[in-house]
Design a protein around this ligand. Structure first.
Ligand code: ADP
Ligand code: MG
Length: 617
C-alpha cells in the first residue's frame, strides 16, 4: 500500500485556519482594526455594506508596507510582530500570529493598497481565495487600505450561517466599540451602507466613552484610579443609580486589549455590593495595565480571555480601588431604592393629630355575677364567634354557597363550582373561585378532583402576552398621558432600534413625541405600567431585540409582546391580594394557550386527589 499522508495545499490550510479566526464579518473588522492600530495609525475609517457581507473596508494612515512586505503579509505565519518565542511573553502589539490576513484572503476577495511615507508610490494587490490575481504599483495615500468583499464566497455553508444584517451589524458595532474604547487617542469612524454610525474624534477616555454611549453618560461616570506594583488601574464605573438591567456596558481592557473576565467582573460586583437594586449590573470601563510577562493572552483563539499570574491580588486591588472611588465621590448607598409607596403616610393624614386611644369600661360589669354563663348563653356566644371566624374566610368561599353552616357537603359543592368556573362557566361565577397565595410565588386554586398550582409570574406573562399581541395587531391599547414628557437617554444603536419598533410600541400604549440619535421623548405609556418602570422596560426590550433580532414582521411583533409581557408581569416575591389572584386565574383561563408561557415553560401544574391520597397511605 502506498503512503497516505500528504501536506495540505496552502489554500486549504488557510481556509481551515480561517474557520478559527473569522467567524463572521465582525471578526474581520476586529483583525483589520488591530492591524491598523499596530501600524500606529492616528485615523481609522471603516466602511461596511450590508453588515459586512458585501464589503468591509478599513483605511488607516499608519506605517504602510513595502512591496515585499505587502506580498508577504498574506502568507500564513507571516508577521512583523514577533521573531522568537520569547517575544510572546512581552507582547506590545495586538497581533502576533500572522494568520489574519492569510485567513481572510482565503475566504474572500481582498484588495490591499498600501504605501509607506518614504515611498513615492504604493502597492496594490488583489487576492481571491489565497490566489494573487494582480499586483501593481499604484498611487495611494500613506497608510493602508484593505477591502474585503464577498466574505465566505467560497464557503456557502458559512455564508448561509450568517445571521440577519441587524445581528451581524451589532457584532460589528460591538467589536468596533471595544477597539475604539481602548484607543481614545485614535480617531475612528464607522459607516454602514450610507449612514454614519460613529464618528469619534481623538480625545481622552472619558470623552470617548461619552461619545460612544451618547447622552448624558458623562455625569454617570465615577473615576477609578489606582497604582500598585503589579497593577495600574484607570477608568470609570457607572454610578449605582444608573446601573443597567443588562451587562451591556461592562468593559475590561488589559494592556489596551478588550478582555472578558468573569473573575474580575466579580470583583467589581463585590465593590458594588449593597449599592445596587436586584438584577442590576453596574457599568464599568476599566483599563488595567500589567506587566505583559504576567499574562497569557494565548489561551483563546479569538483572544478575549486571558490568564493572569496573580489573579487573587488583582481581584483584591480592583475591588478596593472601586470601593474607594465610590466612597470618595460620595456615591452613598442608595437607600429607599424601591420604597414601597404604601408605607408612606397618605397626604390627608399628614397634618392630623394623633388621637389618644379611648378605653371603654363597662362599669356595670360584675365578675362575680355568673348568670352570664348559662349553657344557652354559652351556645349563642359560640355561634357568634364561629360566624365571625367564618368571616375571615369569606374571601376563600364561594358566595353561591349558603354560608350559615360549614359542613362537608359544602366543601364538595364548592370544589365542583370551581371546576365549572375554570373550564367554561360564566365570568361572574369565575370570579368566585377560591384561591390563595403560597410563598408569594404560587397561586393555589382548587379543581374538581384536586389542586391547581399556578406560577404567578408565568401566568401573568401569558395573559399580558396575549393582550399585547392583540393590541399590536388588532386594536391599539389605551395609553395614559404623562404630565411631563419623559426623556430617556439611549445610544445611537438603541435609538435606531427604537425607531424600527416605534409603531408597534405605540400600539401597546407608548406615545413617542421625538426620537433623536441619543434620546427618546415619551409622552404616553401603557395604562398598566408606572412611569418609573418605563426605562427598565424599554432597556430590557432593546436588549431582547439586540440578542434575538427578528427576521420578519410576525416575529418582530411576537418578540415585542414577549419582552414587554415578561417585564410587566408580576414577579415572584410580589404579594397578591385576593382580587389580584382572581384576576390572574381568570385571565389565565381566558387565554388561548393557558398552559405554557410564551417561552414554552409550564404555567401551572395540577395535583389530583388520587396523588394526594397516595401520600397519605
Ligand atoms: P499579525 O497581525 O498577527 O502579525 P496579520 O496577518 O494580521 O498578522 O498581518 C500580517 C502582517 O502584515 C503584520 O505583521 C504587519 O506587518 C502587516 N500589516 C497588516 N496590516 C497592516 C496595516 N494596516 N498596516 C501596516 N502593516 C500591516
Ligand atoms: Mg493582525
Amino acid at each position: 500500500m502506498t503512503d497516505v499522508i500528504h501536506l495540505l495545499p496552502d489554500h486549504v490550510a488557510n481556509q481551515i485556519a480561517a474557520g478559527e479566526v473569522v467567524q463572521r464579518p465582525a471578526s474581520v473588522i476586529k483583525e483589520l482594526l488591530e492591524n491598523a492600530i499596530d501600524a500606529k495609525a492616528s485615523t481609522i475609517q471603516v466602511y461596511i455594506k450590508e453588515a459586512g457581507k458585501i464589503l468591509i473596508s478599513v483605511i488607516d494612515d499608519g506605517s504602510g508596507m513595502s512591496i515585499t512586505d505587502s506580498r508577504l503579509s498574506f502568507e500564513r505565519h507571516a508577521t512583523s510582530k514577533i521573531k522568537t518565542a520569547e517575544d510572546l511573553f512581552q507582547l506590545q502589539t495586538k497581533g502576533f500570529r500572522g494568520e489574519a490576513l492569510a485567513s481572510i484572503a482565503a475566504i474572500a476577495h481582498v484588495e490591499l493598497k498600501t504605501r509607506r511615507e518614504e515611498d513615492e508610490v504604493g502597492t496594490c494587490i488583489k487576492i481571491e481565495g489565497s490566489e494573487i490575481t494582480s499586483q501593481e504599483v499604484c498611487v495611494t495615500a500613506k497608510g493602508t487600505s484593505i477591502s474585503v468583499k464577498n466574505l465566505f464566497y467560497n464557503i456557502p455553508a458559512r455564508r448561509n450561517f450568517l445571521k440577519s444584517d441587524t445581528v451581524e451589524t451589532r457584532h460589528i458595532i460591538d467589536e468596533f466599540q471595544r477597539v475604539a474604547l481602548a484607543h481614545p487617542g485614535i480617531s475612528f469612524s464607522l459607516v454602514h451602507n450610507v449612514g454614519e454610525l460613529f464618528n469619534l474624534p481623538a480625545s481622552n477616555y472619558r470623552q470617548r466613552i461619552t461619545n460612544i454611549l451618547g447622552g448624558k453618560s458623562n455625569e454617570k461616570l465615577v473615576p477609578v484610579n489606582e497604582e500598585t506594583e503589579i497593577l495600574k488601574i484607570s477608568g470609570f464605573v457607572g454610578k449605582p443609580e444608573y446601573a443597567k438591567r443588562t451587562r451591556g456596558e461592562q468593559f475590561f481592557f488589559v494592556n489596551d486589549r478588550f478582555i472578558k473576565s468573569p473573575y474580575l467582573n466579580h470583583a467589581v460586583s463585590a465593590a458594588f455590593e449593597g449599592l445596587l437594586k436586584d438584577r442590576a449590573y453596574p457599568s464599568y470601563f476599566l483599563y488595567l495595565q500589567v506587566d505583559p510577562k504576567s499574562i497569557d493572552i494565548n489561551i483563546h483563539p479569538t483572544k478575549t480571555e486571558i490568564k493572569f499570574d496573580d489573579e487573587h491580588a488583582l481581584y483584591a486591588i480592583l475591588r478596593s480601588a472601586i470601593k474607594h472611588s465610590l466612597g470618595q465621590f460620595n456615591v452613598a448607598p442608595v437607600l429607599d431604592f424601591e420604597r414601597d409607596p404604601n408605607l408612606d403616610t397618605p397626604y390627608n393624614y399628614e397634618n392630623k393629630r394623633a388621637s389618644t386611644p379611648q378605653v371603654e369600661v363597662d362599669r356595670s360589669f360584675n365578675p362575680f355575677k355568673n348568670e352570664a354563663l348559662t349553657s344557652s348563653n354559652f351556645k349563642s356566644n359560640f355561634k357568634k364567634e364561629s360566624s365571625s371566624w367564618e368571616g375571615l374566610y369569606t374571601g376563600l368561599q364561594s358566595e353561591t354557597i349558603g354560608n350559615d353552616d360549614v359542613d362537608v357537603r359544602q366543601i364538595e359543592f364548592e370544589s365542583e363550582e370551581v371546576t365549572g368556573n375554570l373550564f367554561g362557566a360564566s365570568k361572574t361565577e369565575e370570579a368566585q373561585s377560591s384561591t390563595f397565595q403560597l410563598n408569594k410565588k404560587f397561586i393555589i386554586s382548587t379543581l374538581k378532583n384536586g389542586m391547581l398550582v399556578i406560577d404567578q409570574h408565568r401566568a401573568h406573562t401569558r395573559i399580558l402576552y396575549e393582550e399585547l399581541l392583540k393590541s399590536i395587531t388588532v386594536s391599539a391599547a389605551v395609553s395614559q398621558q404623562l404630565l411631563f414628557p419623559l426623556v430617556l437617554q439611549f445610544n445611537q444603536q438603541e435609538t435606531e432600534l427604537l425607531k424600527g419598533i416605534k409603531d408597534s410600541l405605540e400600539q401597546t400604549g407608548f406615545i413617542f413625541s421625538e426620537i433623536t440619535s441619543n434620546s427618546a421623548e415619551i409622552i404616553g405609556i401603557p395604562t398598566s405600567i408606572s412611569e418609573s418602570e418605563v426605562e427598565m422596560l424599554l432597556e430590557q426590550l432593546l436588549v431582547d431585540f439586540q440578542n434575538e433580532v427578528p427576521e420578519n414582521n410576525f416575529s418582530h411583533t411576537d418578540l415585542l409582546a414577549k419582552s414587554l409581557a415578561k417585564s410587566m408581569a408580576v414577579k415572584s416575591g410580589n404579594l397578591l391580594n385576593f382580587t389580584e389572584q382572581q384576576h390572574i386565574v381568570n385571565g389565565l383561563f381566558a387565554c388561548k394557550e393557558p398552559s405554557l408561557t410564551p417561552f414554552n415553560k409550564p404555567v401551572f401544574i395540577t395535583l389530583p386527589v388520587e396523588e394526594l391520597e397516595k401520600k397519605f397511605m
